[in-house]
Write a protein of this length. Structure first.
Length: 270
């Protein structure tokens, strides 16, 4: 515990259950001294698990918001500001959903209506969140916004399907909005490109266990865990990263810059 976020106020999107990266990030932010508001889609809140997290995080309010509904987002920001008695210092966008993957459609056969929803929920939602904050002037000077992404935005991982395109769009929105918000209020917007992590969303990817084992062997430090990712988020929310913006930051044990490892070669020679 370093009190990295002492006095800071943040909104955490996407804590579904204890495996969620957002869940672990909320715990880490609270541990580092932040005050929190938790949010998720109304349907995800119905299971009630988030109340456990809220209790652990100083009875943080839980405010439902479907991230593609602008009225929900407006209400979320207004209620959060009221709760905090002022502006917001950080936001975690930890949201992903592929309708085509859910419906078992291969990349070459995607349904375009599903695809539009996927892109809206998983990528344009970051624009919607930032736009709502912008319109309400909800973010404090130097605030930090982090969204979670995956390296399939840069390289092909076949079963990642349309989410690869969604992540590429998410990273682009990060750069574009980061430019405008940087100039307006020194707000930082970045993505963290995380190792495969066993969560509800992660396990939706076909062949996920093989995928994860391969990444583990291909990373000099091994796969980064959800807890590691949560700690990295707290660093980016803190003032120690105040000049970092519009970046896609790989948090993957070195996977992204490794051509091959001896472990993988040994496996191939078996
Ligand atoms: P998760 O399933 O715990 O979290 C996904 C969240 O998105 C859930 O809380 C869900 O309720 C929320 N969500 C879906 N539709 C929504 C909507 N319309 N409005 C509001 N919230 C909505 O899984 P995980 O893995 O923690 O995912 C968090 C983020 O991390 C996602 O962006 C994911 O793509 C990303 N990521 C995950 C990796 C993994 O291997 N698990 C690797 C790299 C990135």
């Amino acid at each position: 515990m370093y009190n990295l976020l002492k006095g800071k106020k943040g909104i955490i999107f996407g804590a579904l259950n204890e495996q969620s990266i957002a869940w672990k990030t909320a715990q880490a932010c609270y541990r580092e001294g932040a005050q929190l508001v938790l949010t998720n889609a109304p349907i995800a809140l119905r299971m009630g698990e988030i109340n456990k997290l809220s209790a652990e995080c100083g009875n943080a309010p839980v405010i439902p918001a479907d991230v593609v509904n602008m009225d929900d987002l407006k209400k979320l920001f207004e209620e959060s500001m009221k709760h905090f008695g002022g502006g917001i210092d950080f936001i975690l966008h930890s949201i992903g959903m592929s309708l085509n993957v859910r419906k078992g459609k291969a990349y070459t056969e995607i349904d375009y209506n599903f695809n539009q929803k996927t892109l809206d929920i998983s990528a344009m939602s970051l624009h919607r969140v930032l736009r709502t904050a912008w319109d309400l002037d909800a973010l404090n000077e130097g605030a930090s916004v982090v969204a979670l992404t995956y390296i399939a935005a840069q390289r092909v991982f076949p079963d990642y399907n349309e989410m690869a395109d969604a992540k590429a769009l998410l990273e682009s929105v990060t750069r574009s909005f980061g430019y405008y918000y940087g100039i307006k209020k020194k707000v930082r917007v970045n993505t963290i490109s995380q190792s495969p992590t066993k969560t509800t969303a992660g396990s939706g990817v076909k062949g996920f266990d093989g995928f994860m084992a391969y990444a583990e062997k291909m990373s000099p430090l091994g796969n980064a865990s959800g807890e590691d990712c949560a700690n990295y988020c707290t660093l980016l929310f803190s003032d120690y990263a105040k000049m970092v913006t519009m970046q896609n930051l790989f948090h993957d044990g070195g996977f992204s810059f490794t051509g091959v490892t001896q472990q993988v070669i040994d496996q191939m020679e078996k």
